[in-house]
Design a protein around this ligand. Structure first.
Ligand SMILES: Nc1ncnc2c1ncn2[C@@H]1O[C@H](COP(=O)(O)OP(=O)(O)O)[C@@H](O)[C@H]1O
Ligand SMILES: Cc1ncc(COP(=O)(O)O)c(N)n1
Length: 423
């Protein structure tokens, strides 16, 4: 398949949390080839933006000439711009057929103003040539007020799409502003640097891959949510970390986890059999969780069979554990149940974080797994590596191993098996 090229034109953030580096990381994660042109060097971190040094017009032009001489470009995504960059983009727009996705970065999260009134008026010329503009709520209001106050609607002979971003994002068209679609989001309690860049470059990347606009926005929403969940902590904040967890990735992880399981002499199989499950990010129901349709069961030779296929919706039991755990740590997306052994639990506490619940304390009319997982996580103050219970009437005691994905879980199970074998 011919590689899709996206041309990213924006500012350089040395931390890579925003700007052309964040955009390129996003495009790369989405399988699109990121071509990048830097318009300004912006020394900054999660504490502040310290400067903005514009690249000379001649050098911006040389970067554009070099790119268009050698590459076909279907989408241009813009971030922090200056007047020279806008003039050059408008000039190239006349000669080349590319769509523009413009993220109008008026100021940074740390309140550094990137755009004054002169440059904002120049942005209005660019907006008319855009396919999609992605201001956050505050930027949108600033732009509309500026156009109204300076009577600039006469500059628009086109009616670009605008995605007004926030926890929920609203897709409208600039001139008639009727809401075409509202895309709902899940707010994570974190202030992450560069989410606007990641979101707009993810939309641009999905468009570059041929997705329709609304599908591109919905898929990009999952990317930016993941970039927040997996954001890297720094002294003064969090850097966005574009991450793509889709059904294909979950199935691949589970397949490789089962491949690894076969490499160990896994014998800690409960009477009811084991299952292993991994979910999409922030699963809403067991349908967002993949597992074996059958079980991992003991065979007569001390080994085990893996019965069934990997399917989404295949497990309710293990799924309920993951669905409960996500509320304590959204990065925990996988779990596997193995056989309980009292002596083993004592030894495991040297290497693993452990919590438990007692079925005798279970309130009436609750899902045991949901209640038990919540109880154990509350007691632990997060999600431990292991949650066990000693069983109850007709219920086998059980150890449940949790991790960030199925591969992480099987690596923990392998270590538990090694410890058990040495007992
Ligand atoms: N803490 C967060 N939790 C979930 N989504 C977030 C979070 N921060 C930003 N986003 C999403 O990232 C996108 C861009 O964020 P927004 O704050 O609107 O833009 P900007 O970062 O440019 O101010 C929006 O779709 C928003 O929902
Ligand atoms: C080079 C560059 N581009 C974009 C932003 C906006 O990112 P944020 O809104 O997180 O400050 C930035 N700070 N730096």
């Amino acid at each position: 398949m011919e590689k899709h090229n996206i041309l990213i034109i924006g500012g350089y953030d040395p931390t890579g949390g925003a700007g052309v580096i964040a955009d390129a990381k996003t495009a790369k994660v989405l399988g699109v080839n990121p071509l990048t042109i830097t318009t300004s060097i912006i020394p900054q971190n999660n504490k502040a933006v310290y400067n903005k040094v514009d690249i000379p017009k001649k050098v911006i032009k040389e970067q554009l000439d070099a790119i268009f001489e050698d590459f076909d470009v279907s989408i241009v995504k813009t971030g922090v711009l200056n007047e020279d960059a806008i003039n050059l983009i408008l000039k190239y727009k006349k000669d080349y057929d590319f769509k523009i996705v413009c993220d109008p970065v008026l100021k940074s999260t740390t309140n550094y103003e990137f755009v004054d009134e002169n440059l904002l008026e120049k942005h209005v010329d660019l907006f008319n040539e855009c396919y999609l503009i992605t201001p956050n709520e505050e930027e949108f209001n600033t732009i509309i007020n500026f156009i109204e106050k300076n009577n600039l609607w006469k500059k628009f002979d086109k009616n670009p799409y605008v995605l007004v971003t926030g926890t929920n994002d609203k897709l409208i068209t600039l001139k008639d502003k009727n809401v075409i679609e509202t895309i709902k989001g899940k707010k994570i309690d974190k202030e992450v640097h560069g989410t606007g860049c990641v979101f707009s470059s993810a939309i641009a990347s999905f468009l570059c891959r041929g997705e329709e606009l609304i599908d591109a926005i919905k898929k990009a929403k999952d990317i930016v949510l993941a970039s927040v969940v997996y954001a890297t902590k720094t002294k003064y904040g969090y850097n966005s970390n574009p991450t793509y967890i889709n059904k294909e990735k979950v199935i691949k992880n589970l397949s490789y986890a089962l491949y690894l399981l076969k490499k160990i002499n896994f014998s800690l199989i409960p009477e009811v059999g084991s299952n292993i499950a991994e979910s999409l990010l922030l699963p809403n129901s067991f349908k967002d969780v993949a597992a074996l349709t059958g079980r991992i069961i003991k065979n007569k030779l001390g080994g085990f069979y893996i019965v069934g296929d990997i399917e989404f919706g295949a497990s309710e039991h293990i799924a309920k554990i993951i669905l409960a755990a996500k509320n304590y740590d959204p990065q925990i997306r996988a779990c596997m149940n193995i056989r309980y052994d009292e002596d083993l639990i004592d030894v495991l506490s040297e290497k693993f974080s452990i919590s438990s619940f007692d079925r005798k304390l279970e309130p009436p009319n609750v899902s045991t797994m949901e209640w038990g997982t919540k109880y154990a996580c509350e007691k632990f103050g997060g999600v431990p590596d292991i949650i066990y219970d000693k069983g109850g009437d007709g219920k086998e005691p059980m150890i449940r191993v949790l991790g960030v994905d199925a591969i992480d879980v099987v690596k923990k199970v392998a270590e538990i098996q090694r410890i058990y074998d040495r007992m």
